[in-house]
Unconditional design. Structure first.
Lengths: 397, 397
């Protein structure tokens, strides 16, 4: 596995901090929102004297509560169709090992979450990208683009909705198009919905589990990490109505014995988190998004489509090489003893050249810090020695 | 992955309970000893408002405390040589993916922990067994037996010390023999030491990390699950002085982001658990072991060597097929409305026929229950329709 372009920057960020610079971390998906008090209380009230293994598929009462949560989200499930995992990461890993064999191909629209490729490599799967376009805000590429690269080895399609890294929220129609495609070619459709609760502008999330007629094809991957700002609990879920997939996935789950017990207890409590919590979080992120995307598009040569979900936006910058630029921000630049850490886009594309002038920005800081970070970015782009203006961006300006 | 013979019995155990039978569970490694109060308090006092990811290799302060724990056990380590994992299971999984490529061979003395094979299969590794013998108490087979099956594809040797499933404690001399062997053939030596604290009769555990001259070859796998009766925390560790292995292992760790945060906080507190805790646990298990092994050897046709470590013993029974017998115990048998659940040994051997007359017994219940369970087993063997007497056992009797 190659080190990701984001990870490579970590030593530079540490050095910058040692030199006394304040670094605004817009590079990671660790939200600063507080974990709901209900969950922290459940941890404090952990009632047992022995911290035991749970069932490999998770605590039954938690799975039943999860089914209630999904029901509130128009997803009808039996609790036995929910397998609790150690974070969304393990849900992805187990789904890939369960659905695919060595050498199978999976199609993923790019830019995509870098670890999809990591888990794919570990499972011996070939990830084939379909490139989505910043000009359309990273909407689903035309289905014909998928069909062009489907081969007899193609066994699945995977998306993240709302999307990490682009923040794009796939529409009901796009999900239905994918449903028809996997039905036609008899493929698995894996959908990572960990950002379900982060949809803006009144837009509704359409879960893949609501598709009819593709029950055997669909696998949903989920996590409490982002939903409740509880990344450290390491509690996710693999969800499907395909019994064969559930049976095989359980065998992988049994090999690692059990998901974390205390995390499950806290996550069970989380199902009672009131709607007001999500309303407040949504209002906060909407504000941040508007601030960041607004400020980005005011910077000369920068273009950032307005995302409708998650807490990321994806911008093109007037730079020669975003990897170099992001490193330079940490190593060479400062504005009033401050700088900003961004995620260069190269790691989100199969062909890193495609992301050469793009970055992902996670708006996981408070509005004041976000504004200061955007000032830094603006100042930095004015003096960056590798500044270039792309023709299309120039046209926009 | 095939379902393990133990897992196959679970529905029969559930049925037996529904029918009102009391089932003594000697089939699993879930200890009944209470988790140290210090750890439960650390959970209750979790000090943060956000349950965040930690560093992928674990919280730095925890890794430093762990280095102190190892130092008390005569193992000198820098904290950077410790990578925290999600349970011992993940330590095994990441070690296998890091050290071996598809098609590589690893030699493991059998009977072995069934999930070693599971993780091996998932990593595309070929597990080659060297059979150890109940007559020697499952001591290390002669080194010549390893050498006979070493091929150019052999890349590692793995043991569990003290051993699950046999309870055998490898001696310093045996560990040194393995050290010399891996040095000679340039192999990795993976040692699972999760039962380190469970050694009896005053015998000392000799950690593989104490071997000199094989620093690049040795990887130690560890977990707090058994040590502190805290299986549900899912906190383990991968430990090595081989920097290349650490670097690659970290990339796998980064893909899954972080081990559970609260589990790490509790495990950091555990390093302060006083020696008295282990003394008490050791006394308790010594007692249980003596009770179970003593009673087993009094049953006609049963042979059980006295183990020196872990909390398992491995017995041969006068039955036609231990898988059938264990199922029959749950399905057909009862003594005063009670029965016993054992782990048939077939799942611990590469060639299941080798375990046909053997079972693993985990002495994880209190002494009173263990005695009642042994009465059940004695009565059951008297009436089991498939009873047979092996010649060697007859000779013993």
């Amino acid at each position: 596995m190659p080190a990701s372009p984001i990870r490579k920057l970590v030593p530079y960020a540490e050095k910058a901090k040692k030199e006394g610079k304040k670094v605004y971390h817009l590079n990671i998906g660790q939200p600063d929102i507080e974990t709901p008090e209900l969950m922290l209380q459940a941890v404090k009230n952990f009632p047992y004297k022995i911290i035991e293994y749970t069932h490999s598929a998770g605590i039954e009462s938690y799975r039943k509560k999860l089914a209630e949560y999904y029901k509130k989200n128009q997803i009808e499930l039996d609790y036995t169709q929910i397998m609790v995992t150690t974070g969304g990461s393990e849900a992805i890993e187990i789904a890939m090992m369960t659905c695919f064999n060595e050498g199978d191909e999976i199609i993923i629209p790019e830019p995509f979450y870098a670890n999809y490729n990591g888990f794919g490599v570990a499972a011996g799967i070939v990830v084939k990208p379909v490139t989505s376009d910043i000009k359309t805000g990273f909407a689903l590429p035309p289905i014909s683009k998928f069909e062009e690269i489907i081969t007899p080895k193609t066994k699945g399609i995977m998306i993240c909705n709302p999307n990490n890294p682009t923040g794009y929220l796939y529409s009901k129609e796009e999900i239905e198009q994918l449903g028809a495609l996997v039905k036609k070619h008899n493929l698995f459709l894996l959908v990572d919905e960990v950002y379900r609760e982060f949809c803006y502008d009144g837009k509704e999330h359409f879960s893949v589990m609501r598709l009819k007629g593709v029950e055997e094809n669909v696998i949903m991957l989920d996590s409490v990490s982002k939903r409740y700002s509880a990344c450290g609990l390491r509690i996710g879920a693999l969800i499907t109505r395909n019994q064969e997939v559930l049976d095989t996935a359980l065998k992988f789950a049994q090999a690692r014995l059990s998901p974390p017990t205390i995390g499950q207890v806290a996550s069970e409590a989380a199902v009672n988190v009131p709607k007001e919590y999500f309303d407040k979080v949504e209002a906060e992120y909407t504000n941040r998004r508007n601030t960041v995307v607004g400020l980005l598009n005011k910077i000369e040569g920068v273009f950032c489509p307005m995302p409708s979900g998650a807490f990321y936006c994806f911008a093109s910058l007037p730079v020669d090489d975003a990897d170099k630029f992001c490193q330079w921000l940490l190593e060479e630049f400062e504005h009033e003893k401050q700088t900003v850490m961004l995620a260069p886009a190269s790691g989100f594309y199969s062909n890193s050249i495609l992301g050469k002038q793009e970055v992902r920005i996670a708006y996981v800081l408070n509005e004041g810090d976000l504004k200061k970070a955007m000032v830094c970015l603006d100042k930095a782009l004015q003096v960056y020695p590798g500044r270039v203006v792309k023709k299309e961006k120039a046209a926009k300006a």
